[in-house]
Design a protein around this ligand. Sequence first.
Ligand code: 13P
Ligand code: SF4
Length: 325
Amino acid sequence: MGISSTSVGPLERLRGVLPDVEIAALAPLIEEIEELKQRRNAVVLAHNYMTPDIYHGVADLKGDSLALARMAEKTDADIIVMAGVHFMAETAKIVNEAKTVLIPDLGAGCSLAESITGDDIRLLRQRYPGVPVVTYVNTSADVKAESDICCTSGNAVQIVESLGVDRVIFLPDQYLGRWVATQTKVDIILWEGSCIVHERFTGAELREYRASYPGIQIIAHPECPPDVLEEADFVGSTSGMINWVKRERPKRVVMVTECSMSDNVAVEVPETDFVRPCNLCPYMKMITLAGIRDSLRDMKHEVLIDPAVAARARVAVARMLEVRV
Ligand code: 13P
Ligand code: SF4
């Protein structure tokens, strides 16, 4: 999978997404990025939470964490610019170590990744000997290296069940873990991490949407607390949510997740009315068009992982990628 070839240029793709005056203002920057991508044989992989100028303008490939990992594994570009957060860039490097992986802003972290260390996993293993560790990809390479297998929000239930055991340690997202526990008979030992964006939603807020907008469809990311997920008509990864809206074409929907998602999908599904609560991920929003340009121009910030750590982390990520969902 290389640089996606499309007959429609980036500025054309932005028509109807941004006001014409904004497109005109962004045109020199976007053209610079396109020229740098060609010159360096680089590809921009973008997470679904990127702002529309990045998502519709300069992304060559876009998706949820699982799709980004698969794209990074397959790309024939020399350079991967990760328009996403640091753990996504590390995962790209883990699955395709020969590539140069760049992240435009080193501050683009994740509250889940910060909630656990490799030492924590070693302690958990002492406490629960023989119980396999299933680790959400929203973690550092060090943590992945201590894990038996990784998962994403798009495959967590299948990964837990693929192990054929009665009990797993699931970390670090307690809410994703609790949701998985509702979908399987496998006993789930939780860690107390959470996402600062999704933990803010409440079931009461969603009941208010139902009262204010009769017939509204509620779709939620599994990083949300249980009372939110109980209210939801559909629960899935970011790409799962996008595909659901494109398939079902609801009259009105609220996507209970980071708010750039609705902006990105609304353009593609104009007949649907999106009610948009705005919870921004401050880490994702550190990635900007100017940052992507600087990253490609100055070859910064290169994501490097200790080869011994990367080799162990690769086992856990590769095991995940072998499970087809
Ligand atoms: P997805 O894998 O569903 O895109 O989720 C990643 C993430 O960070 C959600 O907050
Ligand atoms: Fe991490 Fe939450 Fe931001 Fe996703 S939205 S990157 S889980 S802090």
